[in-house]
Ligand binder design. Sequence first.
Ligand SMILES: [Ca+2]
Length: 425
Amino acid sequence: MSALLRLDVSCPFFDNRAVAPKFAIPMNTNRWLRRAALAALIFSLFSRIACAGIADMEDLEDFDPADVDLTPIAGPFEFPSSMALLPDGSVLISERAGRLRLATPEATIHDIGGLPTILAIHHAGLIDIALDPDFAKNRLVYFSYSHGTELSSTIRVSRAVLDRRTFRLRRSRVIFESTPATGVEHLGGRMVVTADGYLFLTLGDRQERDRAQNLGDTSGSIIRIRTDGSVPPDNPFADSPSALSEIWSFGHRNPQGLALDPETGELWSHEHGALGGDEFNRIVRGTNYGWPIVTYGVEYSGDTIGEGVEREGLESPLHYWTPSDVAPSGLAVDTSGNSKHFWLGTLVGQSLVRLEWQNDRIVRETRLLKSKLGRIRDVRIGVDGHLYLAVDHPEAALYRVNLTQLNRLLEVHPRKRSAEETAPQ
Ligand SMILES: [Ca+2]
């Protein structure tokens, strides 16, 4: 069928046009996808009614997704944990339960075989997926996941060749394994692979906070290895006999976002605090980020943690969130505009967040889509310049947003507010 269902939302499906023709959904799209688009339409119409008026620029309740082509492009996915955007417009999606799936530009979904045995329980499972910088030639992918049992588990990173013809991973091998721990909380597991062949991986403290200050333990650290699994000799603790040579930075609680700056090569990360104290950090070689000695969070009982909020020699966050209504997840660096922006999802906050970077600091935080899509698990920017969102849901859609339009729309708000404040009475 080639008929089009006319709706008040756009649904361009993976094409690379900067501005898609609005409101057309091919009827040969599967029924679930049409339902997701209809839900977006209903929300869009509701938001036009309920969200009139000027919201605080920090929390944009009047944001209308229809203005930026917020579009469900594929699904459903069962609790997606991450995604990797392929050069041909396909998307690899990891599902927490231990399934890897490939959504084609035509929105056809294939299961990818050949994953290793994965410990999938509670928050544990398949976590992140990343492409080799030479993926177009070598088809290498990297994936992080929980391994072992609930009583003793590790985070592993494996790499394998993605065979697009048979939809299988081949020649899979483990290139990293963390220090084991009991329980399956505070796992971290986010990866970045750099163009010059390094792999960074975040590791949570596994709910044993003192381990984050122990350099003989990978818990609560960000590690750096070569993509073949070897440890680079210039790692900060490579010559220290009491430290694990993979460790790049430490004193982290539970980092669920890691991204590389395409302009500067800097590494950025955020992490969950306890009650309050979620942080945004620039990750620097050999640095101690303080957990659990210093934090802006407190115990869930309200008691203080450690020594306070800062101490000389321990890196303070560039931005932090207190109270704990955020829980950041997924991170993308946007260098398309005049200012650098960081995009992240939030789990507790159920929002999309933009942090604006100017003069070496975060100057503005903007929250949007609150409670509209649900818990946002992962945020990526594709080679097409669009923003992709994965939500934490048993029947999740993968969404795409026109980032150019979104940035343009958000730029209006501070000026508009400023103009109103300074207008003559
Ligand atoms: Ca910290």
